[in-house]
Design a protein around this ligand. Sequence first.
Ligand code: SAM
Length: 358
Amino acid sequence: MAIDTDTAIDTDKLNAFMGKMVGDFGAAMSASSMLVGDKLGLYKVLAEKGPMNSTALAEATGTAERYIREWLATQAASGYVDYDPDRKTFSMQPEQALALANEESPFFMAAIGNLVAAAFLDEPKISDAFKSGKGVGWNRRSECLFCGTARFFRTSYKHHLVQEWLPALDGVVEKLQRGASVVDIGCGHGVSTRFLAEAFPKSRFFGFDYHEGSIDAARLAAREAALGDRVTFDVHSAKTYPGSGYDLVCFFDCLHDMGDPVGALKHVRETLASDGTCMLVEPFANDRLEDNLNPVGRVFYASSTMICTPASLDQEVGLALGAQAGEARLREVARQAGLSRFRRAADTPFNLILEARI
Ligand SMILES: C[S@@+](CC[C@H](N)C(=O)[O-])C[C@H]1O[C@@H](n2cnc3c(N)ncnc32)[C@H](O)[C@@H]1O
């Protein structure tokens, strides 16, 4: 492309922007190698057994040395592992291991490889949808989106749900300890449902999702966790799930994915006990676009473009709140559904925890 000589180009600005683009290019390209490292257990073994060279890591993981040598170089250039040029060995610092090697840590991030893969695999459908204006439902997505979502959100649920989010709700922990009935709608693989059930053995939990494959996975995981009949999973949409008199209805990162969030919350109003609570866990967002133009907002707007907005547009009403709806917009949705008592109960850099009541 010819450069328009009439347009003044600030060379410093151009260099800075090209530097940013190279950084982004490297992050995008190395995301797939993060997926390889996560899938093949390379980070885990390096964190446990390092410092080690490529031959030792290949032997310990049953992989081919030449591939491992290139992978390690990518990781070192990314700053994900350290390289010692004198010994020609690679290792992981504790902080790198927390993010990439330890699935139980509060900082585990390696599951993002699955989500990035799903965004690329499904891109042709999304590009078509940009032109048609139609949606792309959860049932038309690549398999890695489901397990990536479950693994990515698990970290927050494991470390915040029972410890911080439930205690921030008015009187909910006491009810759960005594024995309450709880709905987890849009439960996906049921990770949140299982954490709740493990923490409150006197309560009864119903996980619902409109995606059959996710409910199958949730049932299997609950069986493996030996949670018995206190936890059941069934295919139902947010507007039609059965039962009434529930003490707690939870939406974990799914209200904004729904076509008709007002209709969904109206159904909550009809099925909730009069003193019951609806907990909305939504991606952290400020109310104004200009206040979300930061690294976390970037992640969520990108996810919203490729995942959440197409999901909502595929359903009736197609409100498409987007993953950065923000508290004020969500409050308005709850008000329209008749849940007029609404407050922010807690937040993390990634989550807004909102309490809605009749
Ligand atoms: C981003 S995933 C979150 C899954 C799970 N709550 C978690 O936190 O891991 C959104 C979920 O909402 C479900 N979903 C979307 N629209 C729905 C609807 N109208 N009724 C029930 N589930 C719905 C999808 O199938 C998907 O499992």
